[in-house]
Design a protein around this ligand. Structure first.
Ligand code: ANZ
Ligand code: ZN
Length: 802
């Protein structure tokens, strides 16, 4: 028999699939549909990483299985191609980013094809194609029209190295997510999207979705809903200082107030403040720090007391000092807090440092020695009308009390901020607005979309941080669509997250020129049935796209309120020594090399086999070889197939068990145990002198989603002229899955008292359940204590009682 020549075989089948359009999704809206989705990649200059095939193969398995189950499957792929690395490469090498993008896509696409993924390439999309970004611009204009896009002068996170504004989500650990550069605050007029208006729905609607738990939790934490009160503190200057607190019950323990250094009171009451210079100096200092640095828990507390004005605690009319400190952020709540040092750790550290009074109001520990934050079960003390109540009762009582007196109101707050939607860069979607001196910001009419990127000389951002578009007078100068007078185009572009916020909709109807996708197509294909992607996108892309989708639902152009029914996430593939793969460590594995030497089927099999799909795993050359050996053994299995292989009861049970296990495991991200099952089945096969053609066929179908090329080839060798991809997914017989059942003797204190009927491999728990409803067993055990149970599966069950 011929050798297993993987390169030849794999190329052959990829060409056949292409030519026959085997994986094309049909707009036949009568068949049941299935829409699995993986995150479209950013086509970077480095080409495909070995991490990419892991999620792609996982959902390829699901897609292939679904087709065999009779579904019309849409498994699409495209390119999320705007963004900084391409632009930086273009700047350095003086090549147009569109040219760089085209080259990168070509390389990526070739690599993906060589993996034998069953994408419907006829629906390929590219976020930088004007035909695509026309609709990104269109959606933006709808948001603008509905008042959800607005321009605001604000302190933004500014990456000093990329020279670009960053969203909060792009600042990780105080530095730029992309380049690791320092991030400072910079005042800039920015386009913002009101994602905060959707905060409540973005949390509540998670309940109906089949997202893995850690994704739900991360989204909830990021949105950060908190329930509390806004309370007014009078001041000696005659003002009201409003604070936000989640613990109004602790108000009797508020011994001072803290304002954010940016709080407007400093300007508004400058005339009454005695130490304005010191406060101003502190404010300047704070401005240079990121929110992350400012709120870090274990950092040394700093602050300055405001001299000349004091506040009055509304609960007990005590006068208390007002401080400013950078641990209070202007961007959250009201930018002012009542400090309760006995029960809030940051307040406690601050009070210790500046020797401010600490009053216990919830009983628990010695609050002079250590902060007592575990207050949930405590009883109120030193709190006048609240004394003796538990925390929950106290919160209710004081909230009603302060509300009735007009001193405050209940309030829900969110950590989520509006989305900074402008970038001062070239390689992004132009924002289709013009600024008219008479009409203000005006949308371009739909007929003028797409507003395409003009050719520029240089892609570098200007020194003052403007986009290179800002230097293009001919492009900027235009007329106002409303009044016809002279006007200027917006020169900022959209962030990379724009194009990916709706791309799954475009796949449903990629060539439509009248609308981003027809309602008919959306009605059929949406929602996405299963979406798999990286955990790093949980608070960015996943939230943004859910927000856009909800907005599109509200304006009646999509049919579902949520885009994705199910969300799962894969672990990363690390270097051999469990470090992140990187050029500098020299531990990068190139998927092309593996495909060349061992084949795409080996790579696919390996990536699905190496461990729990949801956890990160180190690369292992040895297991790659092991996976290849498994395929080699399958290759020679055809020699064992004969017409007159005898019937084997054990093998029949093994087959049915394998069908059940593999079918279930493919659905539950347990690809590794599915493959282990197939490996065990192969061993069973090899123990037989011969196997039947039927057994071989079932085996090939089960393995096909993981290793599509070798299985198609062996199918052909068996003499069929259709494909495995055309077969029906095998069913199993539940009766044949159950192992033989036996009668087992049950002893009580060494004497046989009864028998139970159970499966040969039943667990002790099962045996116990069966025995302890048996009358004869109960007769000898009731009223006694079970001190020991000895259970030997398939043999005996002995219960010892006293
Ligand atoms: C008094 C108090 C007593 C508080 C106590 C907590 C514990 P979450 O749950 O995150 O919403 N806070 C309010 N605004 C702030 C700001 N702009 N910057 C920094 N901290 C701020 O947290 C709400 C709590 O964080 C509020 O409740 C307030 O401190 C503080 F035992 O008020 B608390
Ligand atoms: Zn005008």
């Amino acid at each position: 028999m011929q050798d297993y020549l993987h390169l030849e075989i794999e190329k052959k089948w990829q060409d056949i699939w292409d030519e026959k359009e085997t994986f094309k999704a049909y707009n036949d809206y009568t068949k049941p549909k299935y829409y699995p989705l993986v995150e479209f990649p950013y086509p970077s200059g480095q080409g495909l990483h070995v991490g990419h095939p892991r999620p792609y193969t996982a959902l390829d398995i699901v897609a292939r299985k679904r087709r065999m189950e009779g579904y019309n499957v849409l498994y699409p792929m495209g390119w999320d191609a705007f963004g900084l690395p391409t632009e930086n490469y273009a700047i350095k090498n003086k090549i147009h980013p569109a040219v760089v993008t085209e080259q990168n896509i070509k390389r990526f696409k070739g690599q993906l094809k060589s993996l034998g993924l069953s994408f419907d390439w006829s629906r390929e999309i590219n976020s930088t194609d004007p035909k695509y970004y026309k609709w990104t611009q269109w959606i933006f204009l709808k948001l603008f029209e509905k008042g959800l896009a607005y321009k605001k002068e604000m302190d933004i996170n500014w990456c000093t190295s990329c020279k670009v504004g960053l969203a909060n989500e792009e600042v990780v650990g105080g530095v730029c997510e992309r380049c690791g550069g320092a991030v400072i605050k910079k005042a800039k007029s920015q386009w913002m999207l009101k994602i905060t208006e959707y905060a409540e729905r973005l949390i509540n609607d998670l309940d109906d979705l089949d997202y893995i738990e850690r994704v739900k939790t991360q989204q909830k934490n990021w949105i950060g809903r908190s329930e509390g009160m806004e309370v007014d503190f009078r001041t000696t200057s005659g003002d009201n200082l409003r604070v936000y607190t989640t613990r109004p019950d602790t108000i009797y323990g508020a011994t001072y107030m803290v304002l954010s250094p940016e709080h407007p009171m400093l300007e508004e009451r400058a005339n009454l403040i005695e130490n304005l210079d010191a406060l101003q100096a502190y404010r300047d200092e704070a401005r240079r720090k990121s929110d992350f640095e400012r709120t870090e828990l274990n950092k040394e507390k700093t602050g300055v007391e405001i001299k000349g004005i004091r506040a009055v605690n509304p609960a007990n009319d005590e006068e208390i000092p007002i401080w400013i400190s950078d641990y209070v952020l202007m961007s959250y709540g009201t930018g002012a807090i009542m400090a309760v040092p006995a029960h809030d750790s940051r307040d406690w550290e601050f009070a210790k440092k500046f020797e401010l009074p600490i009053i216990e109001v919830v009983q628990g520990g010695d609050v002079q020695e250590a902060v007592y934050t575990d207050t949930d079960k405590g009883i109120m003390v030193n709190s006048d009308i609240l004394n003796g109540l538990n925390v929950q009762e106290a919160i209710e009582k004081i909230s009603d009390y302060l509300t009735d007196k007009g001193l405050g109101e209940r309030k829900v707050n969110y950590k989520l901020r509006d989305w900074v939607f402008s970038r001062q860069r070239y390689w992004g979607e132009p924002i289709p607005l013009v600024n008219c001196p008479t009409c203000g910001w005006v949308a371009l009419p739909e007929s003028e979309l797409p507003l395409t990127l003009p050719e520029v000389e240089s892609y570098e951002p200007t020194d003052n941080g403007e986009s290179p578009l800002a230097a293009m007078d001919e492009w900027i100068e235009t007329t106002c669509p409303k009044c016809g007078g002279p006007a200027h185009r917006e020169t900022d572009t959209m962030p990379q997250w724009a194009g990916s916020s709706w791309y799954f909709l475009r796949y449903c109807d990629p060539d439509n020129d009248d609308i981003f996708a027809s309602m008919e197509a959306l009605n059929y294909w949406m929602p996405v049935d299963w979406y798999n992607g990286g955990m790093e996108h949980t608070t960015l892309h996943l939230l943004y796209s859910r927000f856009w989708h909800k907005f599109l639902f509200d304006i009646g152009v999509v049919n579902t309120k949520e885009p994705y029914m199910k969300r799962t996430s894969h672990g990363m593939i690390m270097g051999e020594n469990n470090e992140k793969m990187s050029k500098s460590r020299g531990n990068v594995v190139n998927p092309d090399d593996i495909i060349q030497e061992f084949g795409a089927d080996t790579l696919r099999l390996y990536e699905m086999f190496i461990g729990d799909f949801e956890k990160s795993v180190p690369w292992s050359d040895n297991s790659v070889k092991g996976c290849r050996r498994f395929l080699d053994r399958i290759w020679t299995l055809q020699e064992n197939v004969t017409d007159d292989a005898g019937y084997s009861k054990t093998l029949e049970v093994a087959m049915h068990k394998a069908i059940k296990k593999v079918s279930e495991d493919y659905e539950n991200l347990k690809f590794n145990t599915a493959i282990a099952t197939l490996m065990a089945l192969l061993n069973d096969f090899k123990k037989q002198t011969a196997i039947t053609e039927g057994e071989m066929k079932t085996f090939l179908i089960l393995l096909n989603p993981v290793a599509p090329h070798i299985t198609e080839e062996l199918w052909q060798v068996l003499g069929y002229d259709n494909m495995v991809a055309d077969q029906t997914w095998p069913a199993y017989d539940e009766a044949k899955v159950i192992d033989d059942v036996i009668e087992m003797a049950v002893q009580v204190n060494g004497k046989v008292r009864s028998t139970i009927t159970l499966a040969i491999d039943a667990t002790q728990v099962m045996a116990h359940e069966l025995a302890f409803v048996d009358e004869k067993v109960l007769q000898f055990t009731e009223g006694k204590r079970v001190v020991k149970e000895i259970y030997i599966p398939g043999k005996i069950y002995n219960i010892v009682v006293k």
